[in-house]
Design a protein around this ligand. Structure first.
Ligand code: B16
Ligand code: MG
Length: 220
C-alpha cells in the first residue's frame, strides 16, 4: 500500500527552535521585554507573525505596523545567519534512517512546515531530495492547528488524508493532523503531545515493524 508520510521540520527533522530562541530573545530585549525558554516553547509551530504578536502581548507593547514589519525582517535576518552555518550534523537522530526506510518501501514523503525558510534549511542539511513535495509557510494561508498545510501535501501527492501519517513536535501540529483525519505521531514529550495517536521521544524509537504496521493501517 502507498501512504504519505508528512514530516514537520522544526523539532522533527532539525532543532532550529534554539536559533528562533536566540533571534526572538534579541528582538525582545531590544524592546525591553523579557523572553524565557518556556515562552519560546509556546512559539513552536507558530507562524512568524503570530510569534511576534505573542511576544508583544507578553510584554504589553503596542507598535506601529511599519515597526512590526521591520522587526520581523530583522529577526529573520538574524535567524538566517544561524541557518547559514547549519550542516548535516544538525539532523536529529535517526531521521535519515527512517526517511531511507520509507523510500526503500516506496512510500511517499512530504514536508509540512509553518516555516518560510524550510527549503533553505533542507538544502543546508542535504535532505531536500528525500521529499517528493514541500509545503511550507510560503504555500499556506492558515496556520496550524488549521489542517491546510497537511491537506495540501496530501493533495499534491494524490493520497487521501486517511492514508497520511504526520510526524509533529507541536501541539498545534498534532491537532492539525487530527482535524485532517490523518494518523498523528508526536515526537517529543508524551505529556505535552497526549492528543497524538502515537508518541515517541525521537526517531531512534521508531522501528521498522512499526513502519510496516503504519503502511497497512488506515485512520478510522
Ligand atoms: P519562519 P515548523 C515553525 O516551523 C517553527 O516551529 C516556529 O517556531 C516558527 O515561528 C515557524 O516555523 C515560522 O518559521 O520564521 O522560518 O518562517 O515546526 O512548522 O517546521
Ligand atoms: Mg515543529
Amino acid at each position: 500500500m502507498k501512504k504519505a508520510f508528512i514530516f514537520d521540520l522544526d523539532g522533527v527533522i532539525v532543532d532550529t527552535a534554539k536559533y528562533h530562541f536566540l533571534a526572538w530573545q534579541n528582538l525582545a530585549s531590544s524592546l525591553g521585554i523579557s523572553f524565557s525558554s518556556a515562552q519560546n516553547e509556546q512559539l513552536k509551530g507558530v507562524s512568524r507573525i503570530r510569534s511576534l504578536e505573542k511576544i508583544l502581548e507578553w510584554g504589553n507593547k503596542t507598535i506601529s505596523e511599519e515597526e512590526f514589519t521591520r522587526l520581523m525582517s530583522e529577526k529573520n535576518e538574524e535567524y538566517l545567519e544561524y541557518i547559514s552555518k547549519m550542516d548535516a550534523t544538525e539532523i536529529l537522530p535517526d531521521v535519515p534512517r527512517v526517511l531511507d526506510l520509507l523510500i526503500s518501501k516506496e512510500q511517499a514523503i512530504a514536508l509540512g512546515s509553518a516555516s518560510k525558510n524550510a527549503r533553505v534549511i533542507l538544502d543546508k542539511v542535504g535532505l531536500r531530495d528525500k521529499f517528493q513535495t514541500i509545503v511550507d509557510g510560503t504555500n499556506v494561508s492558515k496556520a496550524k492547528p488549521d489542517p491546510e498545510v497537511f491537506l495540501i501535501g496530501a493533495q499534491e501527492l494524490d493520497i487521501s488524508p486517511e492514508d497520511c501519517i504526520v510526524f509533529e513536535d507541536s501541539v498545534a501540529g498534532i491537532q492539525a493532523a487530527n482535524i485532517a483525519n490523518m494518523i498523528s505521531i508526536g515526537i517529543g514529550d508524551a505529556k505535552v503531545l497526549h492528543e497524538a495517536d502515537y508518541i515517541f521521544k525521537d526517531f531512534t524509537e521508531i522501528k521498522e515493524e512499526f513502519i510496516n504496521t503504519l503502511v497497512k493501517t488506515q485512520k478510522v
